[in-house]
Design a protein around this ligand. Structure first.
Ligand code: ADP
Length: 576
């Protein structure tokens, strides 16, 4: 039965019982009232008339008014006949009174009338007695009925009082507990109300909901598991070694390639701390050497890693990807780990080496014929082979210029191939700064004069000696000066400064040229790079070789420049 119907029935029945109780009480009170009223009306008045008639009889012999009174009371009595036998007794009184009237001196008559009146009173007193008994009986019945209906009411009220709160509150309590369990992701929670009421329906709906949530949760879990397996398969099939770490540097995943080059079995790696493994594994140590800690960004590795695996030397470029997430509902990013990807660059390295070798061979092979061309030109200039006319002289001059350029290019290419193969032969000695500066100024003097450019030297007195390869350092300074002359206007000025700078000596060349866009400031030191839109007369190798030369000597190189404001190229070297 529905709760609504149960409540209606229970409270309705209680209500009906209260009405019944009130009706029973009212009926019995009414009955009692009627009984009392009848006694008064029917019998008490007769007793009154009887008593008054007896008093009148006593006064009759001497008082004529007593006759009148007697007759009046007798008449009233005749109109108040209520009990069986009362009419007969009244008639007897009336008969005897009529006889007394005809014979007023008869004392016997008085006695008979008194006796008849007494009989009349007795009949009424008996009636009073009987009616009193009847009233008592009514009271008894009233008691019984009121007690029965009252008890039913009390029992009903008690039943409702005891059962009703529980019937409603218990299922609500169980439902609340179950909802809390579901909220705590315990989707196997069910409610068990077997009743057919609203709570039964509610339990049915709740259980269906919980079942669907459980099904949804399980299907999500299996989908996530499939996705996990897919990602694992993808990583496993990658040809490049991949290692995933959490924020505490614990290895979360790695692929077979990674295990192969590191030399640790996959199952011995996953779940282990990379820091612990790195204590016994050099490669692992270099892999995690520049990882950012506590969310700090990892420092990119510049030089490739040389790894020997399978009796083969391979080169890998290490890429570290810092993984951050933004948790749902939050704004702050959370660092959750890193992925290390090793890119196998061995084929590129091999190609690069082949290219370097080729350049080295070609530039070396070109040097001899160019030198002989230059020598032949010199013979022509000296008129050993006969005098030259003006036109021929001009042609020889232009061939000489091209020859010089070719020699410069082959020299640069040779330098570069030496740098790339790691074969720079440094001849570091204690060198005088003045010698380097003078040598470089001498080398560029003619080209500066051709453009009427002033070369100013700002050199501190008593500069200390430096530890450097004189030839290569001068080469760098010449390269700076050649570039400066190329990008400076006719009649411009170039400043060469040498300063004592902490533990180092800094050389700088400042020009009034067009300057370099800030985005190319580091790129100009890369091989073959030329600023877009600049004169394409060079090879784009000069500054790259300069950087290699200076860094090989333990120095630093750089440029301060702004577009339209000229440039200052500088390098510093350690004091001797
Ligand atoms: P290149 O042989 O082409 O001069 P460099 O490596 O010496 O090669 O220079 C690289 C590029 O840097 C040049 O192509 C040029 O665009 C730019 N550059 C070098 N020096 C200067 C300078 N003093 N002023 C403006 N641009 C310069």
């Amino acid at each position: 039965m529905k709760i609504k119907s149960k409540l209606r029935l229970g409270i309705g029945f209680l209500f009906a019982m209260i009405i019944l109780l009130s009706l029973v009480a009212a009926v019995f009170v009414n009955l009692l009232k009627n009984d009392t009223k009848n006694v008064l009306a029917d019998n008490y008045k007769t007793l009154e008339y009887g008593r008054n008639m007896l008093l009148a009889l006593d006064e009759m012999p001497g008082k004529p008014a007593a006759w009148k009174n007697f007759e009046a009371y007798l008449k009233q009595q005749s109109g108040n006949i209520t009990e069986p036998g009362e009419a007969f007794a009244t008639k007897k009184v009336a008969d005897q009174y009529a006889a007394l009237k005809t014979d007023p001196g008869n004392a016997f008559r008085y006695k008979v009338i008194k006796k008849e009146i007494s009989e009349l009173m007795r009949i009424n007193m008996a009636a009073i007695q009987q009616k009193s008994n009847m009233a008592l009986q009514t009271v008894q019945v009233a008691y019984t009925w009121i007690a029965i209906t009252g008890t039913i009411c009390v029992l009903l009220a008690l039943t409702l009082l005891i059962n009703l709160p529980g019937t409603i509150a218990n299922p609500i309590g169980e439902l609340t507990r179950s909802i809390r369990e579901i909220a705590a992701k315990n989707y196997s929670q069910r409610v068990h109300f077997n009743s057919q009421d609203e709570f039964g329906e509610l339990a049915g709906s709740f259980n269906t909901m919980a079942e669907k949530l459980e099904e949804y949760n399980n299907s999500n879990l299996s989908r996530i598991l499939i996705e996990k397996k897919r990602i694992e398969a993808l990583i496993g099939n990658m040809h490049e070694p991949v290692i995933g770490l959490d924020e505490n540097k614990t290895i979360l995943f790695a692929n077979g390639e990674a295990a192969k080059i590191i030399g640790i079995a996959l199952q011995d790696m996953t779940g282990k701390s990379a820091i612990d493994l790195s204590k016994h594994n050099d490669l692992m140590r270099s892999l995690i050497s520049n990882l950012g800690t506590d969310g700090a960004e990892s420092i990119p590795e510049l030089s490739p890693l040389k790894i020997c695996a399978d009796n083969k030397e391979s080169f890998f470029e290490k890429e570290i990807v810092d993984i951050t997430i933004t948790p749902t509902g939050e704004k702050k990013k959370l660092f959750i780990g890193q992925v290390i990807i090793l890119k196998n660059i061995t084929p590129f390295k091999e190609l690069d080496a082949a290219k370097t070798n080729f350049i080295a061979t070609v530039s070396h092979e070109l040097k001899t014929p160019i030198a002989s061309v230059k020598m032949s030109l010199q013979l022509l200039e000296n008129a050993v082979t006969g005098p030259l006319n003006e036109q021929q002289k001009q042609l020889v001059e232009s061939i000489k210029e091209d020859g010089d350029r070719l020699l410069k290019i082959t020299g640069e290419l040779l330098n570069l191939s030496q740098v790339e193969t790691g074969n720079i032969q440094l001849n570091i000695t204690q060198t005088n700064v003045k010698d380097i500066v003078d040598y470089a100024l001498n080398a560029v003097k003619i080209s500066a004069e051709q453009k009427q450019i002033r070369l100013c030297v700002d050199k501190e007195e008593n500069l200390p000696a430096i530890k450097a390869d004189t030839e290569k350092t001068a080469w760098v300074l010449i390269n700076f000066l050649t570039n400066a002359i190329r990008y400076t206007q006719q009649e411009g000025m170039i400043k060469v400064s040498v300063r004592d700078h902490n533990e180092r000596v800094q050389f700088s060349v400042t020009d009034e040229g067009k300057g370099i866009d800030s985005k190319y400031r580091t790129k100009v030191f890369e091989r073959y790079f030329q600023v877009p839109g600049s004169q394409k007369t060079g090879t784009g190798l000069g500054l790259a070789i300069s950087k290699e030369f200076i860094e090989a000597q333990g120095g630093t190189i750089g440029v301060e420049t702004e577009i339209g404001m000229g440039s200052t190229f500088f390098f510093d070297l350690v004091k001797a």
